[in-house]
Design a protein around this ligand. Sequence first.
Ligand code: ARG
Length: 460
Amino acid sequence: NSNKMWQGRLGGSSAEEVDVFNSSISFDYVLYEEDITGSIAHARMLGKQQIISKEDEHSIVEGLQGILMDIKNGDLVIDPSAEDIHMFIEAELTNRIGNAGKKLHTGRSRNDQVALDLRMYTKKQVDEIKTQLLQFEKVILDKAQDHIHTIMPGYTHLQIAQPVTFAHHILAYGQMISRDINRLDEAVEHTDVMPLGNGALAGTTYPFDRQFVADQLGFEKVTANSLDGVSDRDFVMDTVYALSMIMMHLSRLSEEIIVWSSQEFCFIELDDAFATGSSIMPQKKNPDVAELVRGKTGRAYSNLQTLLTMMKGLPLAYNKDMQEDKEALFDSIQTVKIALSAMIPMIETMEVKADRMREAASKGFINATDCADYLTKKGVPFREAYGVIGSLVQTCIKKAITLEEVPLETYQSLHSLFEEDIYEAINLDNCVIKRDIEGGPSPKAVIQQMKQLKRQLNTE
Ligand code: ARG
């Protein structure tokens, strides 16, 4: 193909293998709308600044609008043999409107053009993901609302530790989602910067109005250094990092869903619509969605690694290596979107088995700390009380009884400060209600926590 728009000084035509290797259209075609919208803003600026005539401006804008409409309608098929989406659209424009089309690229390079398109695309996608996260937060809050009094075991090392409620447990994920939303906002701050006017690397000699382009496209500000502006992909990595964190959180929740839906735990049951069967074992109900979310988390992490490694050795300014930014970014975006879209209704529809949770919480000496605290509150140094209860638990394990089943005489033989009210002190409900500290699992504290999360939902 000897008729390249970048033919310039090159005499011979590029090898077919090179064309295939160079081409990015198989993945960057998704940028077509951003590319066209960005070009329209650029053409309007060229017209306003009298760099091109009003007639040319209008025919470029109309031509580009027609192309956009035709791609959307399916009347124009994006040519998979084109080099990239930018070249495809510019060539199509010139096909349609002739000479005026050749003026669109005045003072612009694909280097600032692709940076613009990618920033626009990232902003839009992140906004959609943010909407999903806000919806997830709402689902979590609704679930929590129903289970403020549902006692369940809290774990450390996956060993029963102290009692909490299901509301408190699920709201821990609410906190993670809340931070995920903030992290996306921070990534957007670094994305929301308009690079046109940087040209290939050293700006342009034309009297561009960069702010005018930024305003048309809804950008907060313009880039401050042309070399940085064409070769900065920090915003891609900020975004992909934020997306990795979302996947990490979804993966942790998935792991719990998988454990909780096992026969041994049986803390929840997934709705049939969000579980799968086995082709051989008729009794099976598998948490495939949660497993797949956990599995896909690896892709998100590897995309971040790909980008960091791709950028680390690049001299200023643009280098073709940077074409590799797109698949990693697009894959992370798609992965998070599809994971959230399956995960949100799965959590919304799952059945929480409050009875089973409570039963599990009443085993494992979950109130042993409260038993020790009982003595401590009567003046026994905590370490001493800890020792007394430690040996009591040993005895209980041998006799296969719970702390509630230990007779008062036994308590009193261990320490003279034990009285009848010890049973009240180690009662499961009381153990939760008394953990009334800010951030704690008591119903009162949990309601406070929910209020804070709701405030964020309402201000976003
Ligand atoms: N397809 C290229 C990319 O994605 C567009 C920019 C190409 N610029 C260049 N000078 N080769 O990065």
